[in-house]
Design a binder for this molecule. Sequence first.
Ligand code: ADE
Length: 252
Amino acid sequence: MNYHVLTLFPDMIVSGLHTSILGRALEKGLISLDTIDIRDYSMNRHRRVDDYPYGGGAGMVMAPGPVYRACEAAKARIPDGNARVIYLTPQGTVFRQDMAREFAKEKHLIFLCGHYEGIDERVLSRVVTDYVSIGDYVLTGGELPVMVMIDVISRLIPGVLGNEASADSESFENSLLEYPQYTRPEEFMGEKVPGVLLSGHHANIERWRRNQSLLRTLQVRPDLLKKARLDKKDLEFLRQVLQSKEETEPNS
Ligand code: ADE
């Protein structure tokens, strides 16, 4: 996977992604990162890339020319000159795990980071293929959202996580939240690790973990249960939980 990021702050992207698991993936060549400084494509002698909005209003707008030329430069570095161009914006479709799986199938992805009050619509309509938001809140720019997307997509690429099993056993891959984890010591501040985890009985451990996942999802993200694949045992467990809840808090 080769990422190309169009940004006014390339250092932020480079330093943010050259650590930990992604740093190792970059070193191993499992992913590559190419940053393009939009300012390098300004024709202005002060390297300006923004201007006042037509029609008035607060803030500045990124001009179309530098963004368009930066995007052309990114495409010129890609063998067939073609790739999806993802623009990070609160006006986009909300990023989810299934979207990450789709993007992970590509060989090259171009990301466009906005700043100020946004980017001139005429360049967006010409170059952008996907408008993506990372959630219902407003950040100061697209750099952190791009790093979030690159992190999520990269961990789906074979070899990036040391342990291949973990990429799809975790939360959201099966629409359930993760079960709680424990490690040594066996007792911490008077609290013991749940006994079943020390039993060595694999079937019981698996059932306990599954029930914990169901319980957490029911409590925190009941909306996810609609999409989850649940079997008879899962449904029976949830029925019991809801029934005992009914008995202890009849009016809730
Ligand atoms: N830029 C500013 N806020 C954003 C968000 N929530 N998602 C993606 N890009 C953004």
